[in-house]
Design a protein around this ligand. Structure first.
Ligand code: NAG
Ligand code: NAG
Ligand code: NAG
Ligand code: NAG
Ligand code: NAG
Ligand code: NAG
Ligand code: NAG
Ligand code: NAG
Ligand code: NAG
Ligand code: NAG
Ligand code: NAG
Length: 854
């Protein structure tokens, strides 16, 4: 199922009385019959982007049993109070009736925020929604859908065929099979639109087409390929939302993105107007990359999870931005492995650079017994027509579900990911109502975790697994398990995405043979295991007659699979830094996915913090390690051309070499961050419980500040020597993040300090360190410091530890200047990723903060 969809509709009749209230906003200039309703509201209200939402009561039919209510709590991820904080609740079948222009197609968007309303439990709201004869939703649970997608609110979008008799009945009907069932809705949009659909060929049946214009559709995905999120208020008058494509790309071979040169303007034509897609969609694109020989050997592929037993309309938006002649860039388009377009040439379609075109195809997804419910879109250069460049391009992509023969559009509620199901079964009692804001302190982390109801479950699951693990398993008992928003969210990577894999490995780093690694690890002997993770096991090994290495071998069955493997190779082979673990090479023989790294003699930071037989680290050592890790992360965020977000910062991913130098590891979950003008990338939630940024968790919008949050948890873990989550403690102490923040607020910081180091810490250092860590944990990313600023503060804390009176004011002043320069320096280091940049910035820092050096 898709992830964000929108809209609904229903028709009924009630024309005349309402006609004069109806006109709210003319969208097409023809028929001003658009309605934007905040359900349950008593008067007009404006949302955060300035849109006016009207009360819904005038459109309710007769005196059916309905109720208005306010949501009990406000989730921070809600885009606006209006319309989500008020709701209309129906105990029995009820309807809205709208007078609509008989000639127009309409967008219908339904907004649902499954919170508690007047003691109505949102889990009981299971209902259907109909728009005249069309079933938009059936047996729909907004609560389950939101949980499965880890989102606070759900928007469904539909586009309804013209209603010749001019009356739309939108009917809500609580499920009869569940006791206490009710229906609710927070917002309804009904917006007239031009007819933008027409007959479209059916993929695989070259001579047949489907008359899409006679159907009602549901928007499943709407993607600004290669571009950024476009919010409704920035779309061409009809308030569509366009999402980024990165979460749907298969593998690391994801091509390159670019945008129109300043002197290329987008020129709409009679057939392609702004109602098809806004300029921002056509101005950005993704292509395959500069090397034609690489391009012809891989498919640029997006994967979307959809409901089976429906026909889908796939709309591909193209606009050539770089070439202006025919046969320069020609490619094939495959939909579900069938050829949709052979030798697509955007200039041949459009006639000129900067002129948008779109191509529609329909495809039926039948119920395959293997449970496969993915829609694949793939591009590959048409080598056979000998174009000038072996490359392809795509600017935008929309996928709509078409009503079936019974007029139905409803699919099943999405299931939570396999992992959470597994856990749920082991510990069914752990399911609690999501979202419980008892106050500002029991905040986000706990709320979110209780949210998907996995919290206790995940512990028993992980601890269980650990017991069965190898005795040599040096990894910690919790924390290694990555969380997947997973199967219902759109990207599901299977082992089949290896296309281009070998080429990549070979061209990016040293290629090891399997034989070499079998020999070096004594055939992957269990006694060589030094760690276990979601991906598989890490072995200690030797290569080249004695050089020690760590060999990470992925489970063939691991869901993390190929995507992370290639991501990691791709990223690591380009990054070199004293505080990042170095990749030596890789092996992809025999379907194996093996990575070879520098061996880190002292293991993970976590091993030295709690439940350990190792000697404990001194406070000074701990500070040095934190500073090193902060440098590594700061480099990831600012040292490369694009921000790199680690996404899984935790003490098991901070490794220590024989000289106790901290190195950040495990880029398997990393994402290249937003480009220049973006503030976030939206994506499926991944990461580890206890460290997960609550804002990221709810909004699925990833920023470098998500790493800052996780690093804040690491800092408190280093200070306290306890794990980030410890369910055996009293409730208010279970989450380290919550508890540490509370201690800071209440001035009881001593309570959390690791007894081993209590006597070493100076009070000045402690105050500075804790303040820095607490700032990292701010609820909103914008309130958190940058990694550079965290680094500076840690350096400063170290000075305070050595010299409690504080470095002289002058030194402080200089350090601040140095910090500014330092940041500028790093930001300017554009794309030269291959050099070792560790020494220069570090030197600047340490010299100025501490003129003697250290
Ligand atoms: C809409 O509802 C009204 C009143 O309940 C009813 O009279 C009318 O027949 C319905 N129209 C349709 C198309 O269902
Ligand atoms: C209806 O939804 C509920 C909750 O998701 C589910 O348990 C039930 O199996 C569904 N029933 C049908 C007939 O799909
Ligand atoms: C609904 O409630 C009735 C009476 O309380 C009970 O007999 C019935 O089993 C319940 N049905 C379900 C599906 O829980
Ligand atoms: C979206 O619209 C707002 C104001 O309407 C504008 O400030 C912003 O730059 C727009 N964003 C994009 C990406 O066009
Ligand atoms: C216009 O764009 C082309 C590339 O598309 C570039 O070669 C040319 O220099 C640009 N002209 C100006 C005036 O920027
Ligand atoms: C517009 O679409 C019509 C019908 O599909 C087609 O005949 C016509 O050639 C198109 N016009 C342009 C300028 O592409
Ligand atoms: C799809 O349709 C087939 C045949 O009608 C049916 O057996 C199957 O259960 C349907 N699958 C789903 C997921 O509804
Ligand atoms: C398309 O081909 C790939 C690779 O052969 C396969 O994994 C995938 O399941 C296929 N997709 C469909 C929808 O058949
Ligand atoms: C690209 O996808 C098509 C259709 O699934 C397949 O036939 C072809 O082999 C793929 N090409 C590469 C290089 O993977
Ligand atoms: C969708 O519904 C319309 C109107 O009821 C019907 O004419 C059309 O055949 C349906 N579409 C499909 C694919 O069955
Ligand atoms: C218009 C409408 O939906 N009316 C419904 C009001 O409630 C009664 C009983 O619950 C239904 O029978 C009507 O259809």
């Amino acid at each position: 199922m898709s992830f964000y969809l929108h809209f609904l509709i229903l028709l009924i009749s009630f024309p005349l009385v309402i006609a004069k209230i109806g006109p709210r906003r003319s969208t097409t200039g023809q028929n001003p019959d658009s309605f934007v309703l905040s359900c349950g509201a008593s008067k007009d209200a404006t949302d955060d982007v300035g849109r006016i939402w009207s009360p819904d009561s005038k459109f309710l039919t007769s005196n059916n049993n309905s109720d208005t209510a306010n949501a009990q709590s406000q989730d921070p991820s809600l885009p606006s109070v209006v319309p989500y904080m008020t709701a209309r609740i129906f105990k029995s079948q009820s309807a809205y009736t709208f007078p609509v222009s008989p000639k127009d197609r309409h967008w219908i968007r339904l907004h649902f925020y499954p919170d508690s309303y007047n003691n109505h439990n949102p889990a009981n709201a299971i209902f259907s929604v109909n728009a005249n004869e069309f079933t938009l939703l059936n047996n729909f649970s907004a609560y389950e859908t939101a949980n499965a997608l880890t989102q606070a609110y759900i928007v469904r979008e539909f586009t309804l065929i013209p209603i010749p008799f001019g009356t739309l009945n939108l009917t809500f009907n609580p499920s009869a099979t569940f006791n206490n069932s009710f229906s609710f809705v927070n917002g309804i949009e009904l917006i007239s639109m031009p007819e933008i659909f027409q007959a479209a060929p059916m993929v695989g049946f070259s001579d047949q087409s489907m008359d899409v214009e006679f159907n009602t559709l549901q928007t499943m995905f709407r993607i600004n390929v290669g571009g950024q999120f476009i919010q409704g208020s920035n779309d061409s008058d009809t308030s569509r939302t366009w999402y980024e494509d990165t979460p749907y790309l298969l593998g690391a071979a994801a091509g390159v993105t670019f945008q129109a040169d300043k002197n290329v303007s987008i020129q709409y034509s009679q057939n392609v107007t702004k109602y098809i897609a806004p300029v921002d969609v056509y101005k950005t694109a993704r292509s395959m990359g500069p090397d034609g020989n690489v391009n012809k050997n891989y498919n640029l592929t997006w994967i979307f999870q959809v409901d089976v037993n429906f026909t889908y309309l796939v709309r591909l938006h193209f606009c050539e931005l770089q070439f202006s002649k025919i046969n320069q860039r020609v490619f094939d388009v495959y939909i579900n492995n069938q050829t949709a377009i052979e030798a697509a040439d955007v200039i041949a379609f459009s006639g000129a650079k900067g002129v948008p075109v779109y191509k529609d195809y329909t495809i039926y997804l039948k119920d395959q017994k293997n449970g496969d419910d993915n829609l694949w879109i793939a591009l590959n250069p048409s080598v056979s027509v000998k174009p000038q460049y072996y490359d392809s391009i795509l600017n935008g992509l929309e996928i709509f579900k078409i009503n079936d023969t019974k007029g139905n559009l409803a699919g099943p509620n999405p299931q939570p990911s396999e992992l959470s199901q597994k856990i749920g079964n082991e510990e069914p009692k752990s399911f609690e109502p999501r979202k419980r804001h008892n106050g500002p302190v029991i905040s986000a982390v706990m709320g979110s975790i209780a949210g998907i109801g996995l919290f206790l479950g995940i512990f028993s699951f992980v601890v269980h697994r650990k017991k069965r693990g190898s005795p040599q398993d040096n990894s910690n008992s919790y924390g290694w398990l990555p969380i997947y928003g997973g199967s219902s969210s759109g990207t599901k990577n299977t082992g089949s995405g290896m296309s281009g894999g070998s080429t990549l490995v070979g061209s990016l780093c040293r290629h090891f043979t399997l034989a070499e690694l079998i020999q070096g690890t004594n055939n992957f002997d269990e006694s060589h295991v030094i760690g276990v993770g979601g991906f598989g096991k890490v072995f200690k090994g030797t290569i080249d007659k004695g050089m020690k290495v760590a060999v990470k071998r992925s489970n063939s069955c691991s869901e993390q699979g190929v995507n992370e493997f290639l991501t990691e190779i791709d990223l690591l082979s380009k990054l070199r830094h004293r505080h990042l673990v170095s990749l030596i090479g890789a092996c992809d023989e025999n379907n194996e996915m093996i990575l070879v790294y520098d061996y880190m003699a002292n293991g993970t930071l976590r091993e030295h913090l709690h439940k350990t037989n190792n000697t404990t680290l001194s406070w000074k050592q701990r500070l040095d390690i934190c500073i090193g890790a902060a440098r590594g992360l700061h480099y990831l965020h600012t040292g490369a051309k694009h921000t790199i977000i680690h996404r899984d910062v935790k003490t098991t991913n901070i490794l220590l070499d024989d000289k106790w130098v901290a190195k950040v590891s495990d880029f398997g979950l990393s994402k290249t961050g937003p480009g220049l003008h973006q503030t976030h990338i939206s994506t499926v939630v991944k990461g580890s419980f206890g460290y997960l940024d609550p804002e990221y968790f709810r909004r699925q919008q990833l920023t470098d500040k998500s790493d800052v949050y996780s690093f804040g948890v690491v800092l408190f873990e280093v200070l306290s020597g306890r794990p980030p989550l410890n369910p055996s403690l009293p409730k208010e102490q279970v989450s380290l993040a919550d508890w540490a923040q509370r201690c800071c607020k209440e001035g009881t910081l001593e309570d959390i300090i690791d007894p081993h180091i209590k006597d070493e810490i100076t009070i000045e250092c402690l105050t500075n360190f804790a303040e820095t860590a607490a700032n990292c944990l701010s609820d909103y990313g914008t309130d958190r410091p940058s990694m550079g600023s965290v680094l500076w503060n840690l350096e400063y804390a170290l000075q305070l530890q050595k010299n409690p009176d504080g470095p002289q004011v002058v030194a402080e002043q200089k350090a601040n200047d140095a910090y500014t320069r330092h940041e500028t320096h790093l930001n300017m280091e554009d794309c030269d990723l291959l050099g070792d940049q560790s020494s220069a910035p570090n030197a600047v820092f340490s010299q100025i903060v501490n003129p003697q050096g250290r």
